[in-house]
Write a protein that binds this ligand. Structure first.
Ligand code: TXA
Ligand code: MG
Length: 330
């Protein structure tokens, strides 16, 4: 294994640009053997490991450079399997799972015996998600056929950095830290582009811990419940809600006039001032979400020192974008 401390790192994992059934089978086997597989999801790319294998999961933390007390989401291929990982599943959570899975939503439950401390970060809760990307689902299905219970996968970036939305971005971010038997699966650009909505389902009413494409309004409509106020003495730790997160190296400033040499991310209707480098011109809010992280990465690739973002207005996905760019600017 390449050590993150070693300055002469040699990229040596396998990169698969075409995910045939054979490649998926090989990737499922690699997971079962305790290796890491970076794979596409509709939100962002994940860095997967067998969620029951302590050593494999420990490698996720070392490859990401992530603190060990941060919990991981367990990915499963079908809602039928959530009972393996979770206990005390409320009725409203079943409604949410039926409506929005596979999709960009993670549900938090009281953990079962299977969800060890190395998955939950020592907390009594576990996060589960059925992703929507066909390659992710095929991989999870194949892994299950080998006796696998679930795949733990955080976003495939170094801790605190921007989540990757393409396989090339994963390679750029992690190739120096992955080892020979690890794999990267290319499934094209992520269609949503921002991380899943996290819904805490451990109380009588749901609580949104991280905004995502499954919007508050969608959750409220399906459950018919208002959101739970924070009624717990011990706060749930959600590192994705750290104030500074999703950050490129360039300094991100919101709603300012960019200076020549700076980058600009804004809806297409916003003009680019002279000498400013346009990083993205989305024509609608879905494109904005899809293009945001790639544009932030591009700023770093071009060595820009500053990026101005004109925040989109409105509810739903626009709120998610404002949440992420606020953290990127912190
Ligand atoms: O869209 C996504 O959710 C992507 C794709 C790969 O599925 N995954 C992702 O994972 O964003 P990660 O680890 O980068 O962010 C997951 C967030 C973290 O902030 C983590 O703390 C929170 O989910 N989380 C996971 N399990 C939790 C738990 N039991 N209680 C509270 N928060 C939890
Ligand atoms: Mg992340």
């Amino acid at each position: 294994m390449n050590s993150p401390q070693n300055d002469e790192r040699i990229p040596s994992m396998s990169f698969f640009s075409t995910c045939t059934a054979d490649v998926i089978a090989q990737a499922a086997k690699a997971l079962k053997d305790g290796h890491l597989v970076a794979f596409p999801t509709e939100t962002v790319y994940g860095l997967g490991a067998d969620a029951t294998n302590n050593e494999a999961v420990a490698r996720i933390y070392s490859v990401k450079g992530r603190p060990a007390d941060h919990p991981l989401i367990v990915h499963i291929s079908s809602m039928e399997d959530m009972g393996e990982w979770a206990s005390d599943i409320p009725e409203y959570a079943i409604k949410l799972a039926r409506e929005f899975w596979p999709g960009p939503m993670t549900l938090i439950f009281k953990r079962s015996e299977l969800a060890k401390d190395f998955i939950t970060g020592g907390q009594e809760t576990v996060g589960v998600r059925v992703p929507q990307h066909p390659i992710a689902l095929a991989l999870l299905e194949e892994f299950k056929k080998l006796g696998g219970k679930g795949v733990a996968a955080p976003s495939a970036n170094r801790f605190g950095a921007v989540s990757p939305t393409t396989a090339e971005a994963v390679e750029e971010e992690l190739s120096n830290y992955l080892s020979e038997q690890d794999l990267i699966l290319d499934g094209g650009p992520s269609q949503v582009g921002v991380e899943s909505t996290i819904v805490d389902c451990t109380s009588k009413k749901p609580r949104i811990l991280r905004l995502g494409a499954t919007t508050n309004a969608m959750v409220a409509a399906i459950t018919g419940l208002s959101f739970s106020e924070s009624d717990r003495t011990e706060e749930i730790r959600v590192p994705g809600s750290l104030v500074s997160h999703y950050s490129p190296k360039a300094k991100v400033e919101l709603d300012v006039i960019p200076q020549p040499g700076d980058g600009l991310i804004a809806m297409a209707a916003v003009d680019t001032p002279h000498g400013v480098i346009r990083l993205a011109s989305p024509i609608n809010i879905e494109d904005f979400a899809r293009e945001l992280y790639g544009a932030l990465r591009k700023a770093d690739r071009l060595g820009l020192t500053g990026v101005a973002i004109v925040q989109p207005t409105g509810e739903g996905l626009a709120e998610v974008i404002r949440d992420r760019v606020t953290r990127a600017s912190a």
